[in-house]
Design a protein around this ligand. Sequence first.
Ligand code: TNX
Length: 512
Amino acid sequence: AAALGLAVTTFGGSATAATPRSAYLNVVPAPVSAQPNAAAAYPITANTRIYVDPSANQVGDYLAGILRRSTGFPLPITPAPATPTDGIALLLTGAGTQVGAQGYQLDASTAKVVIRAQTVDGLRAGVQTLRQLLPAKADSPTVQSGPWAVPGGHVLDYPRFAQRGAMLDVARHFFPVGTVKRYIDEIALYKVNVLHLHLADDQGWRIEIKSWPKLATYGGSTEVGGGPGGYYTQADYQGIVAYAQSRGVTVIPEIDMPGHTNAALASYAELNCNGVAPPLYTGTDVGFSSLCISKDVTYTFLDDVIRELSALTPSPYLHIGGDEAKVTSDPDYIAFEQKVFPILQKYGKHAEGWHDFLKANPPTSAVPEFWGTTNSDANVTAAAQRGTKILLAPANKTYLDMKYNSSTPLGQNWAGYIEVKTAFNWNPGSYLQGVPESAIAGVEAPLWSETLVTTRDIEYMAFPRLPTIAELGWSPAATHNWTAFRARLGAQAPRWKVLGINYYPSSQIVWA
Ligand code: TNX
């Protein structure tokens, strides 16, 4: 056991039974390194100030917003002096170069808490760690009684992979803006930095396109099961993008093509090869629709959609789907993608797409999202060898819509059952044959919504697997240890209860 008061910790180690487990050992995702100092603690009080480097004011506002609600303290935000001697300081100076573009260091002593980073995103990551060091009630939406001790210690932390993503399918069932924002808050807590929004599929088109208005007003007017559906106005979408940005999350929008397009085909007869619009679709089949590859209007349409969506999207990436084009021949598929890649380029965007699109030879900068269920794919390996970065979303590990087991009331099972241990026990750095860790852009957890209707449904499937995939994307491989993780993850439950997050109480996890 570590000497009293100062422990150098690794996350594979076990805590002694006599001492309560330090909050530093329970942070998810596991930091690169964390050293609790049990002799010190910083008490947040009615006099605490939040000092912020002025260019990071938004991060100060975010932290203050959370802590004012639960503590009832004023927590004024003040421009940071060069060397703060009290309070909670968020500084863009003095971080070691190891923290890189997304990392941070955190020091909590009796006098103060200091988070240092090289970027605003790094400070955001540090603030999420600070939240987890505080008692769960610090996340309460109503005023609670203290004390509010930040336990003493030091953290040095930065991500293993640059991209940690969550995908939400708002096409099969539409989710209102408030639900999407809530999900953004939930993923940000685990340092997930990309929200991939699946905005169009057979069952619904969910984003207003001014030059093709019926896409949203008609194509968005239903959903799986025949409900009323819905869509985001461009203002709604910009609100989502800005909200995400304020939490360090980049939105990558997806318009799936050439398949998964029934909602568009139903909205405009001229997009169909036979000139006849099919009816709207409210079932759950896949692979039956295709844009008309041979018609010029198809590419006028896509130019308009990509132009409008690009203008609304700060991210350099647009996701163009490309999966399950089962009624499109390979030559047609390739001809189609070869016309779409230049449109993206024209609007200054790189393509992200389901890895199926590799058969059409996308530019090296395009990012294939691997969703297969085996650990080898010749096209993905060849692309990685050409210098393309791969996003990993293996369906049998990361799909949050797969059932946990045969009695899970929601979800599907075509890629198998995914209990928490299954989601945890794989190594993104060596998962795909012939794809080295250096070729991995990151990891994403997709949540398809054929069976999901409410916020509670979303949360039940995402928790606790979303934090699990976030851990694989952020934490160093050296911290990967199931025995330690099942306790560390379980220690998150009190916070989920405070936040009202619904979750699956897996018997594999040691719940706090
Ligand atoms: C496959 S994964 C799909 C989606 C479905 C999902 C259901 C992928 C790229 N395509 O269209 O919603 O399975 O699990």
